[in-house]
Ligand binder design. Structure first.
Ligand code: SF4
Length: 236
């Protein structure tokens, strides 16, 4: 995997789109089309609530930091976290690892801490691979920036306020995240929006009315499709 330059970095959050549907990622990143639906409005509200909370606070042995900027030149990603918890390390956990510190020092008085990213999602607790990949990408950014391991994080679901711990010691998830980041760069470089394929998931997609998956197939650009529709309207 190559080393990217600052100008090449792409939004980390689009990885969740990419895993959900490559066309959705292309509509956002290549055709810059965005549309809200009930799900995205709820999601935005939830993220805003997180942003409005205090940027840094301490709860017991945990230091909570909100809205931390992240980047990875290895993966070519940039983004912002909802929350990073810094958990205090004790006992054997403070032993340095090969080629890495065991944790990061925020202040001398409280010793080493290990980052634990938390990403807020709307709705009820559920498994979504795209969310896990997005969270894992945050962990990989933190490891690259802070030079310490990030073995786990969590997805927090606003509807029933449940937290799902995601472990990053699973090599498969790390590999899937690296592949997704590489694919996102290939997709954006190609400038080609993939063909729409209608599926059940389209019904929960905020872009369904602009993507028109039942009619805009064969890799057609939504922009060109909309222009054609407008031209036909003018002729009528
Ligand atoms: S409507 Fe379906 S095909 Fe279109 S972007 Fe959304 S998920 Fe992808």
């Amino acid at each position: 995997m190559g080393i990217y330059l600052e100008d090449d970095l792409l939004p980390l959050s689009v990885l969740a789109d990419l895993v959900f549907c490559e066309r959705r990622a292309a509509l956002h990143q290549i055709e810059t089309i965005w549309e809200d639906n009930l799900f995205t409005v709820e999601g935005t509200h939830l993220h805003k609530k997180v942003d409005d909370d205090l940027p840094v606070e301490s709860r017991g042995d945990v230091r909570i930091s909100r809205g931390l900027m992240l980047r990875s030149f290895r993966l070519g990603l940039v983004g912002k976290t909802d929350v990073v918890e810094f958990h205090r390390l004790t006992g054997e956990a403070i032993t340095p690892l090969v080629g890495m510190a065991a944790g990061v020092t925020l202040d001398e008085a409280t010793g080493l801490r290990r980052p634990f990213p938390v990403e807020y999602k709307r709705g009820r607790l559920r498994r979504e691979k795209g969310f896990e990949v997005q969270l894992c990408a945050q962990a990989l950014c933190l490891e690259e920036m802070l030079h310490c391991p990030v073995p786990e994080g969590a997805l927090f679901y606003g509807k029933n306020r449940r937290r799902q711990v995601v472990r990053f010691d699973d090599e498969l998830l790390r590999r899937e995240t690296e592949v997704a980041a590489k694919r996102l760069h290939e997709l954006v470089r190609s400038g080609i929006t993939p063909q729409a394929r209608y599926a059940k998931k389209c019904e929960s997609c905020s872009l369904i009315n602009l993507c028109v998956p039942k009619v805009a197939g064969a890799g057609k650009s939504v922009g060109r499709y909309l222009s054609r529709m407008l031209a036909e309207e003018v002729v009528k």
